[in-house]
Write a protein that binds this ligand. Sequence first.
Ligand code: AMP
Length: 282
Amino acid sequence: MHSITTTKALETSLNDLRKKNQTIGFVPTMGALHKGHLSLVQQALAQNNVVVVSIFVNPTQFNDKTDLEHYPRNLETDKESLATLSKNLIVFAPTAQDIYGGALFTNTYDLSPLDSVMEGAFRKNHFNGVATIVELLLNAVKPHKAYFGEKDYQQLCIIKRLVALRNYPYHIIGCPIAREPHGLAMSSRNSRLPKDTRKAANFIYHTLKTAKTKFGIEHAKNIKEWVQLQFKNHTLFRLEYFEIANANTLQPTHVIENNTNYRAFIAVYANEVRLIDNIALN
Ligand code: AMP
């Protein structure tokens, strides 16, 4: 495994590999790596000769300053976990100054209507921040394939839109959600949960699974109300949103149409820790 901190050094290394016809996979992350991240890296390793894993906590995508301050950072431990996977890995951990080429900035993209709902509605300018850093990273790595988790399904749709808008040749691949044994979707933020809350948080996935069993039998509106009821007066978790949405347009729906894929999306607070999850309904 190779560790690189500047865009220039990355470019030199990758150009050498490209000359040898090596295919390059890319997994962007914000670090504090868990098995969910590693599952993306493993898929990328299975499909490419070399994989670049970027580790960069991007300040511009945080709408909440406290969330940014408390975001876990474990670069050395992250490198150790990656080193156990393969020799054909490059860890790219740039400074903000390097990857932004100077001061931080946020581009504005036409992400409508994907960014008008759910994470986009509750986290102001989050997706312009995400798209900006992902565009910078994609152009630094120029991968054949880049891997994103369905854990952040809306983000995955936004990245596909970004690549289409810019006509980039990068192939964007969505990967399944990795879960803790009791069902909670793995997340770097889970380490901020007290042990009991972390265990109890299987309630979120359990609620999504029950919503799925109701889908197609009950009206979407009734399912949404049922979910809201589950969280009403809950002592540990506060529901921010639950939506049943078209899996392509992400627009929340009350009417279920044939030949259309739907997903359920949820965002929940456990004290100040924000957790998101989603599930395919059909
Ligand atoms: P993050 O470090 O949270 O920005 O995540 C980096 C990448 O890992 C994103 O594409 C996430 O969607 C993905 N990811 C995070 N958690 C999971 C998970 N539990 N299962 C699958 N992918 C995940």
